[in-house]
Ligand binder design. Structure first.
Ligand SMILES: Nc1ncnc2c1ncn2[C@@H]1O[C@H](COP(=O)(O)OP(=O)(O)OP(=O)(O)O)[C@@H](O)[C@H]1O
Ligand SMILES: [Mg+2]
Length: 283
């Protein structure tokens, strides 16, 4: 079953994380540090070289978007940061500790929603609490509140098959937020949403992040979304993905309105588009 496998991997890693004593090292005062990371997937007939020598840091409280062509290794990179997979070469640090397995303090929104078909929306959010051995009754009301905030108050009892793709994604977002992690890893979380809902979700996400000081690494295919949300946009090349640009977005927060048409964000979107190798239709 597609949705079951990665969750079982998650539990497996969770158990092993506690058995290991993560080695403390000192990469500086950063929430996330990715240092010379390369990754290859070994296969029987061929291996896939997904990432090549990627290095970057994300200071505490920063919002970083990652853009890159399909198949360049964006999801792979998030899985490596989360500890669900370990890089073939290079090292990753979170809070100055080398990542050797999953951490309690990370919320991950997967590219496919990974909801369990036999649990309703509320129980899919609460599974995060069960995994972490926290007291479920303490989190029922916060879970309802998150579902309400994401427009799902009438669907708390709905089963995944009764939800649209965008609704399922929103349940996945609530599941990543329910334990209040300080680091959020989001893999195209709004990909299945219509434009209006997507803009609203962008603003709502910024409210949560700006109020709470969470650090976010956010993968998207939308240049406009990447630029609007982020303090920095990282651009990966085609596979094997390597870092080709690191664009700062020095636009003050809070950012309360989605920028329609030409705006302060436009020059940065243009820069990102150029780094991705797209020609600007207006120039
Ligand atoms: N578990 C795996 N086993 C083997 N190859 C894999 C695995 N996961 C990813 N790959 C390969 O690694 C490369 C990078 O995949 P990844 O999913 O990270 O790309 P992506 O940038 O997230 O793409 P997209 O934008 O389409 O989501 C692809 O060529 C993919 O086929
Ligand atoms: Mg992906």
């Amino acid at each position: 079953m597609e949705s079951f496998e990665p969750l079982s991997v998650l539990i497996h890693r969770e158990v092993h994380m506690h058995a290991r004593d993560a080695e403390a090292e000192l990469p500086g005062n950063q929430k996330v540090k990715v240092s010379q990371v390369s990754h290859e997937f070994a296969g029987r007939s061929r291996s896939v070289h997904a990432l090549e020598d990627v290095s970057f840091s994300v200071p505490q409280g920063e919002f970083v978007s990652i853009l890159g062509p399909s198949g360049c290794g964006k999801s792979t990179l998030l899985h490596l940061i989360s500890g669900l997979n370990i890089a073939s070469r290079g090292r990753i640090f979170i809070d100055e500790k080398q990542v050797r397995g999953t951490s309690q303090d990370i919320g991950m929104v997967f590219q496919s929603d990974l909801l369990l078909d036999w649990r309703n929306a509320l129980d899919n959010v609460l599974i995060q609490i069960e995994f972490r051995g926290l007291k479920k009754s303490d989190y029922v009301e916060p879970a309802r509140e998150l579902l309400r905030k994401t427009g799902l108050e009438l669907f708390t009892d709905a089963m995944p098959k009764q939800l649209s793709g965008g609704m399922r994604q929103r349940v996945g977002i609530c599941r990543a937020l329910i334990h209040d992690p300080s680091l959020l890893l989001m893999d195209e979380p709004f990909g299945a949403l219509d434009a209006i809902t997507r803009e609203r979700m962008n603003i709502d996400l910024l409210k949560v992040v700006e109020e709470s000081g969470k650090t976010v690494v956010f993968v998207t295919h939308s240049i406009e979304e990447a630029v609007f949300l982020a303090d920095r946009v990282l651009i990966l090349s085609g596979r094997p993905g390597s870092l080709v640009a690191d664009i700062e977005i020095p636009i003050p927060r809070p950012r309360l309105e989605w920028p329609h048409g030409e705006s302060d964000f436009s020059p940065f979107a243009k820069k990102a588009r150029a780094a991705l190798g797209h020609r600007d239709p207006l120039s």
